[in-house]
Design a protein around this ligand. Sequence first.
Ligand code: ADP
Length: 435
Amino acid sequence: MRNIWLYELWRLTRFLLPALLLGWMFDAPSLALFIALLLFISHQYRQFIKLYRWLNSSLDADLNVKGLWEELAYKIYHKRKRSRSRKKSLSKMLRRFQDSVTMMPDAAIVLDKDNNILWLNPAATKILRLSSQDIGQNIGNLIRLPSFIHFLRQAEQGESFEMRSPLDETQSLDLRIMPYGVGQQLLLIRNITQVQKLKLMRQEFVANVSHELRTPLTVILGYLESLQEIDDLSAVEIKQQLSKLSSPAQRMNQIVTDLLLLSRLDLDVPTNSSEAPLLDMQTLLSQLKKDGEQLSQGQHTISLKNTLQVKLKAVESEMYSALSNLISNAIRYSPDGGEIIIETSLDNNSYQVSVSDQGLGIAPQHIGRLTERFYRVDAGRSREVGGTGLGLAIVKQILRRHDAELVINSKAAGGSIFSCRFPVARVESDTVTTN
Ligand code: ADP
């Protein structure tokens, strides 16, 4: 900086000294000095105007100034450059923030201290049907629910509040209000219908498990109590009484086994089709037929039809469990002498294994709910035949893990067909031949 002042002084001296000498030569030094100073000032003024114009033009425009002005321009250039890049990164950040708030599934509404709307995101339109035209309006005039008005007046900052949606009674909303900026507040609204449904399902599931386990447990306790009350029982009589405990204990064991299997199926990561081992379906179906005949003890005819030589990309233990559940249901819900057919088919889209029976059948209103955990058409009958109400839930979960679906065709007293439909991508392509 000191150098620049010296340089400027040197330039001024260089300018004034010849003028002064010329003035002395013509005996008018004051006039010469005055004219020289005037020229110097007008030169400086022109430099200043150039700098001023440059400041109003783009950053990369040319500037031809010298001395102190050049130094000044250099400093300004760097400051402008720095502030331009800061502005750029700030506007990038702002855009990113706006994008994320716009993409947010929750409604975000900025209110002033009197609850007038200042800003809202698109989710607010979806959840509350508010639009940018409502900006400036008091939100209490737009959502006139007493519970909402009460919340606006009383809400503790950040505390959550649940209410029914003003647009749809079946939807639940979670509201939260918090301070935002100077004299403003941010109202966040989340649709929690799904979360509440899951909560309810979990509560129902626990209640169902307790109920299912309590029934056999009550039977066991009853027998144990009566055993305690009788003093002089012979060994044979004790054995007889204890044998009665076996059935409810087995029932409890079956429920716990099915529950553990379901929870494992829920938690385990499914093997995708490229990693799954190849399963010879013909061998598996023959084994299932044999095991079914054993379970039926000759009371039903079980036959295999059109079994294709298919190798399926599937986990053997899971496939066995799913199909044996369908076969044992067909046996348990068919009268003695009934015929059960295990059949396969293949087309361009899917490979299908179906189990059909001519048994009790199912009325249409039950069909959509059969795969729910513990859902039964006739709970008494199901327990009588040793059912837990979890079999079809297990089948559905196993099929889901194999990208497959369960299709049920049935009518009351008209028999049933339960079909497992696998996408053709699960079938090893060059192993298919028709029998
Ligand atoms: P469960 O252990 O009670 O058999 P499932 O989940 O396997 O439980 O089946 C649910 C209900 O679906 C059964 O209680 C029964 O009412 C009905 N169901 C299943 N399979 C058949 C079938 N083949 N014929 C008639 N009803 C069936």
